[in-house]
Design a protein around this ligand. Structure first.
Ligand SMILES: Nc1ncnc2c1ncn2[C@@H]1O[C@H](COP(=O)(O)O)[C@@H](OP(=O)(O)O)[C@H]1O
Ligand SMILES: [Mg+2]
Length: 902
C-alpha cells in the first residue's frame, strides 16, 4: 500500500540550503494581482525576521545577512483590516470578500466586526467563530465546528446506519473512503509510474515529498548549535535556546490536577495531556493512546509479534512465523528449542508442559516468578521494593501498596467518598462532566485514575511531612464521613500521645490476652512493646521492624496485627478500614466498659456511674470558680448556696436519673425535680469500679431499694472563702436505710508530683473496701477534726471533753471524714444539729467500708430512707475504728447528749 497522502492543506515547509544566490529556491513566485494593495505584501528573512516589501530586497539582504544556511519563506499577506496573515493569495482574497465585504447588501456579525456578503456566509462565520463545537452527531455525540462536517462525518463513519461509501481501485484491490484519496492512489501508483531520483545519492522514490524529506535529512549541512551557558546543552536554534533558558528560572507552571510543576508552558501542555483520556496518538490495535508519536511507535512494537503456534518462538513478521512453523514436523515429540537438552517426550501433553517452561523465559530476580513477557516481569519486580511504598492515608488497614493501581482499587472500594471527591475534582479541572452531579458507578478513564493516584501520593507526602514520620495512619480521615461504627467518644481525629498509647495498650492487652500467657511473656515488668511483639509472634504474625519504624509506629503496626490475628472480630476488621488505630483501641476499650456496665450488678454500676458523675460535677465546680461569678444565695443563717451547688446538683441528678430512673435521688439544693439537662449529662462509668467483684449480699439490689443522697458541694462556706481543698462532691448510696456505697470527690486535690492535674475521687463499697486514696493509720496523739464555720458553745463543749492533743477546724463533712481516712485526725466531732443526710450518707458509707464508724453524738446510726427527716439533729461523731468511736461516745457528757436529743 502506498503511503496515504496527508489530510488537509499541505504545510509549507520548504527548506533548502542557500549557499549561493544561484541556489536560492522559491517555490513559485506569487503573482501579485493589481487589485491587491502592495502594503499587504511582505517578504521575510527567516534568519533575522526582517521583512521586505520586494523580493529583490530580500535577496539583497540575504547576501548581507551572511548566513549560508538561510531558508527563505514565502511572502506573507497581511490583512490591513484585521490581524490575519495569509500565505495564499486565494485565501486572502476569500477572506476580504467574506469578512470585510464592502457592498451595500452586506450582513454584519453581531459578535465581531465581520461583514459578510450574505446570510449563508455569515452563518458559516458564526458556526466557525462563535458557536464552535455546537454541531454534534446525533448517533455518536461527537461534536463539530460546522454543520457540513457532521454530514461528512456521517458519510465517513456511517453512524446513521447507512452503508459506507467505498471507492475501490479498479486496478488493484485498494479501497478508500474518499474519492480524492482514490485519485491520489491512482495517480501515484498506476498512472505516474515515474520515480524521483535524488541528485546526491542513489535514493529514488515515487513520492516527491519523500525525496524532499530525504534530501533534508541526508544532504543538508548539520544545523548550527547554540550552547547554554548554564548547563552546556546544545540546541539547534536560537529560539530553542531561549526556550531552554527558562528551565534555569522558576517552575512557573503548575498542573491543577496533580500539582506537578515545570519551567515551560510547552512541558506543562504536554503534561496536561497525561490527564486526558483522548491522547493525540492512538493505537489502532488496542485502546491505548499516547502524547508523543515516538511513544506510540514504541508501543506498536509490542503488537508486532508473530508467534509460532508450535514452539511459540516470536517473529517480527507473519511471513517469518509462518515459514518457521512449516518447518516443524507435527509428529515430532521432541523439544523444538534448539539449545534444549530434553529432547524426547512421551506424549503431546508432556511436550507442551515442557515448552511452556521455555516460554516463561523471564524470571523475577527476587522471587523467581516466571513471566512470559518481559514487560510483565518488569512490572512485577518493583513489588519487592518498599523504598517508597504507597499508603492509604484514609485508613489504618494500611498495608503498603507498591503498585498504584492496587492503592487506587483499595481507595475506590473502601473509601468511595474520597475517590468520588477526587474524581469530581479531576473532572472539573479537565472540564469533563462538570455538570454531571454524582455518578453512582462512574466509568473512570486511565488518565483520570493516574491523576487521582497523583493526588493520593501528594496527600500522603504532605501528611507524612506535616506530622513527621511518627504518624502514618488515618491522617485524612474525614470528620463528616458517615461511619457505620460509632466513633469513640473522644475527639475523632485525635491521636493518642505515646504515653496514652502505652497506657491504653496495657489495658487492652490485659483485657484481650490471657493473664497467664501475658505473665509468661514478662507482664507486667517488661516493656509493653516486647510483650506485644511476643503476643503477635505467638499468633504466627511477624512484628514490625524496629529498625525501620519508630517506637510509636511499631506499637501501632503491631496493634494492627493484634486486631487482625488475635481479635478475629468482623466489626473490628471493618473498623480498621475506616478508623485510626488509636480510635480502634479506644473503641474496643469503650466496648469493654459498655459490656461491663451492662453486665455488672446494679450497685456496682451505680457506684461506677457515681464516680464519673462526681468527676464531672467537680469540673463544674472548678469552672464556675474560675469564671468568678459564684452567684451566692443565702438559704438561712450561715447557710449559703452558689451557682456551683446548683449546676453540680443538676449534673448529678440529671445523669443518674437518666440511667437509673427508678432510683430515688435526693439532693441538698432545692429543685430536685430539675429537668434533665443534656448539657450536663454524664453517662460514663468508671472502669475500675465496673471491674469490682460484687459481694453476693449486694447482688440482688433493685433500683427501687436505693436512695441516693447528693451534696453537690460540701463546704460551701469554705468554697466562697477560698478554702478550696475543703470542698467535696458527695454522692451517698443507701439501701434499706443504710449507707452502703459512697463517693467523695475532691475537685481541688493536688497530688504530689502532678500539681497540674486537679481532683481525686474516693469511693467505698460495703464488704468490698475503699479506693482512690491511700489509707493512713490514725495519728499517735488524739487529733479531733470539727467544723470551721458552724461552731457554737455546745460544739466547743463537746470538743473540750475529748482531751485532744490538737483540734483541726475544717469545712465540710466529706473533708473531715477524709482526714480520718488518711490518718490526719482520729475523731470527727460535731455536737450540733446543722448537718443533713446528704452531708453524711457518702462519708459514712466510705468510712464504714474502710472499717470506721459514723453515728450521732449518742452513738446511734442515722437512717437514710427517703422519708427520713433531712437534718442530723443529734450531731455527728465519727472515728476510723470502733475503739476510738467508743472512746468519744464515753467522753460526751450525758447532759450534752440529752440536750441534743431533746
Ligand atoms: N448551723 C448550720 N447551719 C447550716 N448548715 C450547717 C450548719 N452546721 C453544719 N451545717 C452543714 O453541714 C455541712 C458541714 O458543715 P461544716 O463544714 O461546718 O462541718 C455543711 O454542708 P455544706 O457546706 O454542704 O452546706 C453545712 O452546711
Ligand atoms: Mg454539705
Amino acid at each position: 500500500m502506498p503511503p496515504k497522502r496527508k489530510r488537509g492543506r499541505p504545510r509549507h515547509k520548504l527548506s533548502q540550503p542557500l549557499n549561493s544566490r544561484k541556489n536560492l529556491v522559491f517555490e513559485k513566485d506569487i503573482e501579485v494581482s493589481e487589485n491587491l494593495s502592495k502594503e499587504v505584501m511582505e517578504y521575510i528573512c527567516s534568519y533575522c525576521k526582517k521583512s521586505f516589501k520586494k523580493r529583490q530586497y530580500l535577496i539583497a539582504h540575504v547576501n548581507s545577512c551572511g548566513n549560508d544556511t538561510l531558508h527563505e519563506e514565502k511572502p506573507k499577506l497581511h490583512c490591513p483590516k484585521c490581524t490575519k496573515v495569509f500565505v495564499f493569495k486565494k485565501s486572502y482574497k476569500k477572506h476580504v470578500e467574506n469578512e470585510h465585504y464592502e457592498g451595500p447588501d452586506g450582513v454584519c456579525c453581531e459578535h465581531c466586526s465581520v461583514i459578510c456578503p450574505n446570510k449563508e456566509i455569515l452563518q458559516d462565520h458564526l458556526d466557525k467563530k462563535h458557536n464552535s463545537g455546537t454541531y454534534s452527531c446525533q448517533f455518536c455525540t461527537q461534536t463539530f465546528v460546522r454543520r457540513a462536517h457532521v454530514t461528512r462525518h456521517m458519510l465517513q463513519k456511517g453512524c446513521d446506519g447507512r452503508k459506507l461509501r467505498e471507492f475501490s481501485c479498479g486496478i488493484c484491490s485498494a479501497k478508500f473512503s474518499r474519492k480524492d484519496n482514490l485519485l491520489v492512489h491512482l495517480r501515484l501508483q498506476h498512472i505516474m509510474n515515474k520515480r524521483f531520483q535524488c541528485k546526491m545519492c542513489d535514493f529514488s522514490t515515487k513520492n516527491f515529498s519523500k525525496l524532499i524529506l530525504h534530501s533534508q535529512r541526508m544532504h543538508l549541512p548539520k544545523p548550527l548549535q547554540y550552547e547554554c551557558d548554564h548547563c552546556g546543552k546544545l540546541t539547534k536554534s536560537r529560539g530553542s535556546l531561549t526556550k531552554h533558558l527558562e528551565i534555569h528560572g522558576d517552575k512557573k507552571y503548575a498542573c491543577e490536577v496533580c500539582g506537578y510543576s515545570t519551567y515551560t508552558i510547552e512541558v506543562m501542555r504536554r503534561h496536561t495531556l497525561t490527564h486526558v483520556e483522548d491522547k493525540p496518538y492512538k493505537c489502532s490495535i488496542c485502546s491505548n493512546s499516547f502524547i508523543q508519536k515516538a511513544q506510540l511507535l514504541r508501543h506498536l512494537n509490542q503488537h508486532m509479534e508473530f508467534v509460532c503456534n508450535i514452539c511459540s518462538k516470536r517473529f517480527k513478521t507473519r511471513e517469518e512465523a509462518t515459514i518457521h512453523e512449516g518447518q516443524h514436523d507435527p509428529n515430532d515429540l521432541s523439544c523444538p528449542f534448539e539449545d534444549c537438552t530434553e529432547k524426547k517426550f512421551e506424549d503431546e501433553e508432556h511436550q507442551s508442559i515442557h515448552i511452556k517452561e521455555h516460554l516463561q523465559a523471564f524470571k523475577c530476580e527476587v522471587c523467581g516468578k516466571p513471566f512470559e513477557k518481559e514487560i510483565n516481569m518488569r512490572r512485577h519486580v518493583p513489588t519487592h521494593a518498599l523504598d517508597r511504598p504507597r499508603r492509604c492515608m484514609y485508613c489504618v488497614n494500611a498495608r503498603a501498596y507498591v503498585r498504584g493501581e492496587h492503592l487506587l482499587r483499595h481507595v475506590r472500594k473502601h473509601h468511595a467518598d474520597v475517590f468520588m471527591q477526587r474524581l469530581m475534582h479531576v473532572r472539573s479541572v479537565l472540564g469533563s462532566y462538570v455538570t454531571t452531579p454524582r455518578v453512582t458507578t462512574p466509568r473512570v478513564s486511565k488518565s483520570e485514575l493516574d491523576a487521582i493516584l497523583n493526588m493520593l501520593d501528594a496527600e500522603s507526602d504532605r501528611i507524612i511531612e506535616d506530622y513527621g514520620t511518627g504518624v502514618l495512619y488515618g491522617g485524612l480521615q474525614d470528620i463528616n464521613d458517615q461511619m457505620e461504627i460509632e466513633i469513640p467518644k473522644n475527639e475523632p481525629n485525635t491521636l493518642l500521645s505515646e504515653e496514652e498509647l502505652v497506657e491504653n495498650l496495657k489495658e487492652l492487652l490485659s483485657k484481650l490476652i490471657d493473664q497467664e500467657l501475658l505473665e509468661a511473656f514478662g507482664w507486667p515488668d517488661k516493656p509493653i512493646e516486647d510483650i506485644l511483639e511476643k503476643v503477635i509472634e505467638n499468633c504466627g504474625a511477624r512484628p514490625a521492624d524496629r529498625e525501620k519504624w519508630s517506637r510509636v509506629q511499631c506499637l501501632r503496626e503491631n496493634t494492627k496485627h493484634l486486631f487482625i490475628y488475635v481479635v478475629e472480630d468482623k466489626n473490628i476488621a471493618k473498623m480498621l478500614g475506616t478508623h485510626t488505630i488509636d480510635q480502634v483501641i479506644m473503641h474496643i476499650l469503650q466496648q469493654f466498659i459498655v459490656k461491663m456496665s451492662q453486665t455488672a450488678p446494679l450497685i456496682v454500676r451505680l457506684l461506677a456511674s457515681s464516680v464519673s458523675v462526681a468527676n464531672r460535677a467537680g469540673k463544674i465546680v472548678r469552672d464556675i470558680m474560675s469564671k468568678g461569678e459564684l452567684g451566692i444565695v443565702e438559704k438561712g443563717k450561715d447557710d449559703y448556696q452558689t451557682e456551683a451547688d446548683r449546676s453540680a446538683q443538676r449534673c448529678i441528678i440529671a445523669s443518674l436519673s437518666e440511667q437509673y430512673p427508678k432510683v430515688r435521688i435526693i439532693g441538698e439544693e432545692d429543685g430536685n425535680e430539675i429537668q434533665s439537662s443534656h448539657e450536663f449529662l454524664e453517662t460514663d462509668a468508671d472502669k475500675e469500679i465496673l471491674n469490682l467483684e460484687c459481694p453476693a449480699s449486694l447482688k440482688g439490689i433493685k433500683e427501687e431499694d436505693i436512695v441516693v443522697w447528693v451534696d453537690p458541694l460540701d463546704g460551701t462556706a469554705e468554697y466562697t472563702q477560698g478554702f478550696l481543698e475543703h470542698v467535696t462532691v458527695l454522692i451517698g448510696i443507701s439501701v434499706n436505710e443504710k449507707p452502703i456505697a459512697g463517693v467523695i470527690h475532691q475537685p481541688y486535690f493536688k497530688a504530689v508530683g502532678s500539681e497540674n492535674k486537679l481532683g481525686r475521687t474516693i469511693w467505698g463499697l460495703k464488704d468490698v473496701g475503699v479506693g482512690g486514696f491511700t489509707p493512713g493509720n490514725p495519728p499517735e496523739s488524739l487529733i479531733i477534726t470539727t467544723t470551721r464555720s458552724h461552731s457554737n458553745p455546745v460544739v466547743e463543749n463537746a470538743l473540750q471533753v475529748m482531751k485532744a492533743a490538737q483540734v483541726l477546724r475544717v469545712g465540710g463533712a466529706g473533708y473531715k471524714v477524709l482526714q480520718l481516712l488518711e490518718g490526719k485526725a482520729s475523731i470527727y466531732v460535731f455536737a450540733s444539729p446543722g448537718c443533713k443526710k446528704w452531708d453524711t450518707c457518702a462519708p459514712e458509707a466510705v468510712l464504714n467500708a474502710a472499717g470506721g464508724k459514723l453515728t450521732d453524738i449518742l452513738g446511734n446510726f442515722y437512717k437514710y430512707g427517703a422519708s427520713e427527716s433531712r437534718p442530723n439533729k443529734t450531731g455527728v461523731l465519727a472515728a476510723v475504728n470502733d475503739e476510738l468511736h467508743s472512746y468519744a461516745i464515753q467522753r460526751i457528757p450525758q447532759e450534752l447528749k440529752d440536750k441534743l436529743s431533746a
